[in-house]
Design a binder for this molecule. Structure first.
Ligand SMILES: Cc1cc2nc3c(=O)[nH]c(=O)nc-3n(C[C@H](O)[C@H](O)[C@H](O)COP(=O)(O)OP(=O)(O)OC[C@H]3O[C@@H](n4cnc5c(N)ncnc54)[C@H](O)[C@@H]3O)c2cc1C
Length: 573
């Protein structure tokens, strides 16, 4: 079928829904989502949304901006960080007015808690900046925005999968979409497309991300010739449940939890003497891995303990109830009396589709691609630089989702729906037919498992030239094996087997961009730690990586970092 809308938003997480709310009063906007909207991964966010409200302790947006820039190891674009920190305050009150049930202080204000890397007075001490609703902050915001979208009559196409961007003469004219229930391929003619498709933690074996986080929008933009920015910067959250990767939010440490090694020692005191367990995530993950490598994991094994026992049963039930139930369900651990075994888990992608502060996607010349926008985790604005601070994603989604929506409304005046190419969607039909008719070959799961292992072994918390070269060679072999990927289920109805195989192409493509970008960056900065280049090198590497698909293979180039208020200096806590 052919559908027509002024604007199509792909993704119904917080970024996509916030943008949709902005556009709905003035234009016909539709939202496409491969999962039911409230199952979008934003709903899994636990700990909080960052804004310098100063409800519990003195705070200021300048301190928030400084922390964001320093947390990002000075790779953050400071114009974007300023937008984030100043607009965060308005954005949180807006959510409150929409009905988000935030936890409250005794005086009835929005309650706030400490989070990693957020400090008062430019680094003096940890500050309570994360606004929260117990440990289900993302859940309540997502439900509120979705209810608002329904109230405003926004059309949502649920379980519709973006398969390709439709371009004509460099401008985006629509999308090709696969309907899960029927197996039909639909074309959407539109004047503007906003990608809000989230992250791609499924590149790794152990991750806090859900099955849907396969980087579809990011890969499809790359396949269409858009460069990807800073793909080497992958966040490993320090406290995933050991072996599973299920997240134990930083809120647990914000509420007083501490990490301990096999000696029972609170080891973060040595790595970050000022803010200890509330150091930024890249530092805490490296500290945990160092303890493990030096034999101080629990019982000499590859995990440490997160100790919440001193917080008290009542406070755990009030503030960290979901986390406590995860520990009970997955491990049989009672957080009031026993520590939780944890190790780093792949959590967030700092890199993605380059945009300006108004969500316009930028090409290799840094010029906006007509009709194409991106927001949320799939985008790289770049606010988070080389390492995102906790509680800065949720606020990024609502601040930059709204800005992208506003920009689209402004641009609609000159964006046309005509000139939809006749060949649109034919590649997708061919791709699906090939997969459905191939009778011999390898299952996607085997190739995906091998890719996840390679990425986990060679492109995670610590990296080396040798390991990354090995990863690249392995990925080449896996890409070759992918050419004969084969599915078992051939029905048109709810064929997730088919989608798994298609998403594997995306994951393999993104893994390659990550490894190539990591190989090229010969320094250590934020989450990208090269054991063979352990220092940050501002003279050579204070720049963003761009990787672009060309006929000659992936090509790397660089673009400058925007520095306004804060000159780079050593990053200590
Ligand atoms: C367990 C966990 C806890 C977290 N806690 C916090 C926190 O406390 N504070 C914080 O700031 N951040 C937190 N984060 C990070 C934050 O939740 C995410 O970065 C953020 O929610 C991403 O939002 P998004 O709108 O970009 O995408 P998502 O919410 O991931 O939504 C992506 C959307 O894109 C759609 N989509 C994807 N591909 C396709 C396709 N091919 N076709 C159609 N639709 C598609 C999906 O259906 C979905 O609707 C947490 C992350 C995790 C994993």
């Amino acid at each position: 079928m052919i559908f027509e809308h002024d604007v199509v938003i792909v993704g119904s997480g917080l970024a996509g829904l916030r943008a949709a709310l902005e556009i709905a009063p003035v234009a016909d906007v539709a939202v496409i989502s491969k999962v039911f909207p409230t199952r979008s991964h934003s709903g899994a966010a636990q700990g909080g949304i960052g804004a310098a409200l100063g409800n519990e302790e003195p705070d200021s947006w300048e301190w928030h901006m400084y922390d964001t820039v320093k947390g990002g190891d000075y790779l953050t674009d400071q114009d974007a960080a300023e937008v984030l920190a100043t607009d965060a305050i308005r954005a949180v009150y807006e959510l409150e007015h929409l009905g988000v049930p935030f936890s409250r202080t005794a005086e009835g204000r929005i309650a706030q808690r400490a989070f990693g890397g957020h400090t008062s007075n430019f680094g003096e001490a940890a500050v309570k900046r994360a606004c929260y609703a117990a440990d289900r902050t993302g859940r309540v915001i997502l439900d509120t925005l979705y209810a608002e979208a329904l109230k405003r009559g926004i059309k949502v196409y649920s379980e519709f999968n973006l398969m390709d961007l439709v371009l004509n003469g460099g401008a985006v004219k629509g999308v090709a979409v696969y309907e899960l229930a029927t197996g039909e391929i639909h074309l959407f003619k539109t004047r503007a497309v906003l990608l809000a498709t989230g992250g791609f933690g499924k590149v790794y074996k152990v991750t806090s991300n859900c099955f849907a986080n396969t980087g579809d929008g990011v890969y499809l933009a790359y396949r269409a010739g858009i460069p990807l920015e800073d793909m080497e910067f992958v966040q490993f959250h320090p406290t995933g449940i050991y072996g599973l990767g299920v997240l134990i939010s930083e809120a647990a440490r914000g509420e007083g939890g501490v990490l301990r090694n096999r000696e029972g020692r609170r080891f973060m005191e040595e790595y970050a003497p000022t803010i200890k367990d509330l150091a930024p995530r890249d530092m805490v993950s490296r500290a945990i891995m160092t303890e493990i490598r030096q034999g101080r994991g629990i019982d000499g094994r590859d995990f440490v303990n997160l100790d919440l026992t001193h917080i008290g049963k009542d406070r755990l039930a009030e503030k960290l109830s979901d986390i406590s139930s995860f520990a009970r369900i997955y491990l049989g651990v009672d957080t009031a009396t026993e520590p939780i075994p944890v190790s780093p888990t792949c959590h967030y992608m700092m890199g993605g589709i380059p945009t300006d502060v108004d969500g316009r996607v930028l090409d290799e010349r840094n010029a906006p691609v007509p009709g194409l926008y991106a927001a949320g985790e799939c985008a790289c604005v770049s606010i988070h630089g080389a390492n995102r601070l906790g509680c800065n994603s949720l606020v990024d989604l609502v601040v930059f989702g709204r800005r992208a929506g506003k920009m689209i409304v402004r641009d609609l005046e000159h964006l046309e729906r005509k000139e939809f190419p006749e060949t649109a969607g034919t590649d997708v039909v061919r791709q699906i037919e090939t997969l459905k008719t191939r009778t011999k070959g390898e299952r996607a799961a085997a190739i995906r498992g091998a890719m996840q292992q390679v990425m986990t072994d060679h492109c995670s918390v610590f990296r080396t030239e040798r390991g990354l070269q090995d990863a690249l060679a392995e990925l080449e072999i896996l890409k070759e094996r992918y050419q004969s990927v084969c599915i078992d289920y051939r029905s048109d109805s709810f064929n997730t087997d088919l989608l798994d195989a298609i998403e594997l192409e995306y994951l393999l493509g993104l893994a390659e961009t990550m490894v190539r970008s990591a190989l090229a960056r010969k320094e250590s900065r934020g989450a990208h730690y090269r054991e063979d280049y352990p220092e940050r090198d501002d003279d050579r590497w204070l720049k963003h990586t761009l990787i672009r698909r060309t006929d000659r293979g992936p090509e790397i180039s660089y673009k400058p970092v925007t520095i306004t208020r804060f000159q780079p200096k050593p990053r200590t806590y």
